[in-house]
Unconditional design. Structure first.
Lengths: 313, 249
């Protein structure tokens, strides 16, 4: 049989998460097909067709799929599910939204947020906010899987898959998209940034996050936050790094004024290098940081900005 | 309208989780257990709907061992009206939970089911969506704000890029995120009152649901530990290390 990967995209460009799920899918069941559900998403389908290891791209192009509403995604995925023994989606807020609906209708369990494929029926997934790793084996003929994308390398380019249009799955008429407020930023997205600088409760206000913006601009970094900073209203929810927010694994993670609650560590401890600035030398963040600086962030961060300027950033 | 609130008894979120030496699971012996924090937010939202006169009855459901009745009592002390305990000692997977909840929805006919987006033990993030699918209902997951209308509801959702609003046809399932509200603490008089509220005891077989696990847990292990690194003295030293030692800037 084959596996089907549900593409993550914004109708204009294919998100890197898709390539990572393709890598996981190839380890579960080859060949790999990719389903692009969107509106005016030809460029997305073309990009998916270039991913190495992809044999075919299914394109469902209709206004129904402009925002990947879960109920319409369910009917679409079910309409093509027969041909696949594994269906995989990234564990983004989209994938988490529609995939369990598909699993329930197929009467099979879903394996959420896998971090490794041990064999085609055995997977590792984090539980208890990443404090334990469960190795689970699934017996069902059809496997429904969401993939934590930080642990898989993206399938490179080099493929030349065919693109096949598929019919829509119809509109169940249950839910409709009304509107959205997306954070506008020229900076890279948290989940794909090479460098992230995050602020915690120690930032004291949303205003003070501008201190981090300056550093982020110099290093081409994304800006994140701990749950405490989001709950305090300093920054919007989409900044949140942690088990219930975004899980990230950049080359460099700079934690500023973040104490290091378990929940936060679960979202960033796979970063290659972690640097932490905190005035409390007992803060748990220092137990995972490669480089720790005990200092008042309101002195250290402006100083970092000056030093970076001197270094030519 | 009735609101159904499924609540799960889980390890308290302040407890340090320990993996058992034989890798059979996580040590839950003599560990403090509490209501899943996301479910507290759902109970709060349901109770607020009742206080605003929009809901007539709030029913708390828990599927788990006898002690899960304590979790239901917590919901009753917060303001839920009655409880249903579906007793079973084994772990129940999200799909089976959703099937039991579907049977309860068929019997109780709630207009809204409000539950946490995920439980902090198995972190599956599936039950609400599966329930909505089995019922053929709409869903509003990761809810940030609820605006209840006539026959429909607008739900603002926390998504990767920011916030998204969907309009769902009622009845519907809503799963809640952290910022929907701040759950109240139950007052002593309300805790006392909750003791008199009824809890029905049921079993999965009453609903004709087979709870045999479909996933086999081969082992539960410790995640790889990260070693603490070094402390640097100055910002200049930190940047020097990041550039010349780690090579990441």
């Amino acid at each position: 049989m084959a596996s089907l990967v549900i593409a993550e995209h914004d109708n204009k460009s294919l998100k890197e998460a898709t390539g990572k799920v393709v890598t996981a899918a190839a380890q579960v069941s080859a060949p790999v097909h990719v389903l692009v559900a969107g509106q005016g998403a030809d460029a997305v389908a073309a990009a998916a067709a270039k991913l190495s290891g992809v044999e075919k791209v299914l394109l469902a192009d209709d206004a129904l799929y402009a925002k990947m509403v879960a109920e319409t995604m369910e009917t679409l995925i079910l309409s093509v599910a027969d041909k696949y023994d594994a269906i995989l989606a990234p564990a983004t807020t989209n994938g988490k939204n529609y995939m369990p609906r598909v699993a329930a209708k197929l009467d099979v369990p879903q394996i959420s947020e896998i971090i490794a494929v041990e064999s085609p029926d055995t997977f590792q997934r984090p539980i208890y906010a990443g404090n334990a790793i469960a190795t689970v084996q699934v017996g069902s003929a059809k496997k429904i899987i969401t993939v934590r994308t930080t642990t898989f390398k993206s399938a490179g380019e080099g493929g030349s898959a065919t693109i096949e249009k598929v019919a829509t799955g119809g509109d169940p008429g249950l839910a409709k998209f009304v509107g959205e407020e997306l954070s506008k930023s020229e900076r890279p997205e948290l989940t794909s940034a090479k460098i992230i600088i995050s602020g915690g409760r120690g930032m004291q206000s949303g205003e003070n996050f501008h201190l981090l913006d300056k550093i982020a601009d110099k290093l081409h970094a994304a800006v994140g936050a701990s749950r405490a900073a989001v709950d305090a209203g300093f920054v919007p929810n989409d900044y949140q790094v942690g088990q219930t927010g975004k899980v990230v694994a950049p080359e460099l993670y700079i934690a500023v004024g973040i104490s290091g609650a378990i929940q936060h560590l679960a979202g960033m401890k796979d970063s290659k290098v972690i640097a932490a600035i905190n005035k409390d030398d007992e803060a748990p963040i220092f137990q995972v940081a490669d480089y720790g600086l005990v200092a008042d962030l309101f002195k250290a961060v402006p100083e970092m900005d000056d030093e970076l300027t001197k270094m030519g950033y | 309208m009735k609101v159904l609130v499924p609540v799960k008894r889980v390890i308290d979120y302040n407890v340090k989780v320990r993996v058992k030496a034989d890798q059979s699971g996580v040590d839950l012996a003599n560990v403090k257990m509490s209501m899943n924090p996301f479910d507290e937010i759902s109970v709060e939202e349901a109770v607020r709907l009742k206080e605003k006169g929009k809901a007539t009855e709030v029913i708390a459901v828990s599927i788990g061992p006898q002690q899960a009745s304590e979790t239901i009592r917590t919901a009753l002390a917060m303001g839920a009206d009655r409880g249903i305990l579906v007793k079973c000692d084994a772990d129940v997977e999200p799909l089976a939970v959703a099937k039991i909840l579907k049977a309860i929805c068929d019997a109780e006919k709630p207009t809204l089911v409000i539950t946490g987006k995920q439980a902090i033990d198995d972190d599956s993030n599936q039950t609400g969506q599966m329930l909505a699918s089995l019922l053929g209902w709409a869903q509003g997951t990761f809810a940030h704000k609820l605006d209840l209308g006539d026959g429909t509801a607008q739900i603002e959702r926390e998504i990767d890029g920011g916030l998204q609003t969907v309009e769902v046809k009622l009845p519907a399932v809503m799963t809640v995120d952290l910022r929907l509200n701040e759950p109240r603490y139950a007052s002593l008089p309300n805790i006392m009152k909750a003791k008199k509220k009824p809890i029905d005891e049921k079993s999965p077989t009453d609903y004709g649901v087979d709870i045999t696990p479909k996933l086999k847990v081969l082992k539960v292990s410790e995640p790889p530990k990260r070693q603490a690194g070094i402390k640097v003295k100055t910002v200049a030293e930190l940047l020097d290390k990041l550039k010349n030692e780690a090579g990441v800037i």
